[in-house]
Design a binder for this molecule. Structure first.
Ligand code: SAH
Ligand code: SF4
Length: 373
């Protein structure tokens, strides 16, 4: 088994990269008992501690040893924006000058955090600003779970200080930047932490992986996890989906829907959430709705219609409210559970890939100015 302890030749080990199983290996390598893993996971993720000297149930000697070989390093908040409707959006700085965004959406009975799994995305969906930025790199576990850690803190969660361990974040969705199933191992380890009772303790129904349809990874995911699944479908035919979600050329619609059905098989209460972005004049006609109802026959699903969020230089427009209502009615008439996602945080552009886009645009503008001025 590879050792997880750093050596003088290697930088310190960031303990936020570890699931509980990894942490057990780490402590075993140090000659420590497995229950240390549980304790440290609790300090990090239940109590939001980022200093070894606060871990009072570890001996002084062990804390000193950890100080030497390990660190607790979270992403850094670059921008924190709060919308009038309570939505929060953070731009987080990572190593090597990269940044990602995380969005918190409060609702009556829940608080949903939308997290990123990659810097950019390689899949180039034509209506997605992240996809148009290209792919940079995968996020580490520390960078993915770190978004939950940082958002919790920014929202005022500090159980050690105020004695309360109420979770403000009740749901986590992988709907920020990137394709989580193309950063498979780190996504799965993050899920492990999210549902671990010694870490975030969320129920598996409250953690949702959203994918554009990476078929082989869906089969692998079923083997290791049973969290909720959302599929970014966006089109009822291969012809149109090839244009909107180019990954469709590799994994066509029928294969993707079968893989999703297989993922939730074995539990008749489960449903796949079908995400469908509403693009004016592209995929929003009554005929498209009828076609969609047809292809979803036999797929236990509920549909989420997402009004398109425009970004600079996009060729697409958001469907009109009337078109969205009409589309939804056809689906409902066909017996499909269909919701329209409310647009939230419009005043802070709390949509996929947009804040990073703005920061990049601004940097670009400044560079251009410098070059021309
Ligand atoms: N890569 C994954 C998860 C991140 S994208 C996926 O594609 O599912 C999260 C959701 O935001 C997806 O359903 C995606 O299609 C949608 N999305 C992307 N760009 C959007 C835009 N400009 N307006 C509305 N929804 C968008
Ligand atoms: Fe990537 Fe998802 Fe955007 Fe497509 S919609 S480019 S898969 S982040």
């Amino acid at each position: 088994m590879p050792t997880l302890i750093s050596t003088p030749m290697r930088p310190k080990t960031n303990l936020l990269n570890f699931s509980r199983a990894d942490m057990e290996v780490f402590f075993a390598d140090m000659g420590e008992k497995p229950f240390r893993a549980k304790q440290v996971i609790q300090w990090l993720h239940q109590y939001g501690v980022d200093r070894f000297d606060a871990m009072t149930n570890l001996s002084k000697a062990l804390r000193a040893k950890l100080e030497e070989v390990a660190e607790i390093r979270t992403p850094e908040v670059l921008i924190d924006q709060a919308s009038a409707d309570g939505t929060h959006k953070w731009l987080l700085k990572l190593d090597n000058g990269n940044s990602v965004e995380t969005v918190f959406i409060p609702e009556k009975n829940r608080g949903t955090l939308c997290i990123s799994s990659q810097v950019g995305c390689a899949l180039e969906c034509s209506f997605c600003s992240t996809g148009q930025q290209g792919f940079n790199r995968n996020l580490s576990v520390a960078e993915i779970i770190g978004q939950v850690w940082v958002a919790n803190k920014a929202l005022g969660w500090d159980p050690l200080a105020n004695g309360k361990n109420e979770r403000i974040i009740s749901n986590v969705v992988f709907m920020g930047m990137g394709e989580p199933l193309l950063n498979f191992d780190n996504t799965v380890k993050t899920i492990d932490l999210l549902v671990d009772d010694f870490a975030y303790g969320l129920s598996k129904r409250r953690v949702t992986v959203s994918t554009s349809g990476v078929v082989p990874a869906l089969a692998r995911l079923k083997e290791v996890s049973d969290v909720a699944l959302a599929l970014s479908l966006h089109a009822p035919t291969d012809e149109l989906r090839d244009v909107l979600v180019p990954l469709n050329k590799k994994y066509p619609l029928r294969e993707v829907l079968d893989a999703c059905t297989n993922y939730i098989s074995g539990d008749t209460r489960r449903k796949v959430t079908i995400e469908y972005v509403m693009l004016d004049g592209v995929n929003d006609s009554v005929a498209h709705a009828r076609e969609l109802a047809k292809v979803l026959k036999g797929v236990p699903s509920k549909i989420n219609l997402i009004p398109f969020n425009p970004f600079p230089n996009t060729q697409y427009r958001r469907s009109s409210d009337a078109a969205i209502v009409r589309f939804r009615e056809v689906l409902i008439k066909n017996g499909l559970i269909t919701l329209t996602r409310r647009t939230r945080g419009d005043d802070i552009d709390a949509a996929c890939g947009q804040l990073v886009g703005q920061v990049l645009d601004k940097t670009q503008r400044q560079q251009n100015k410098r070059a021309t001025g």
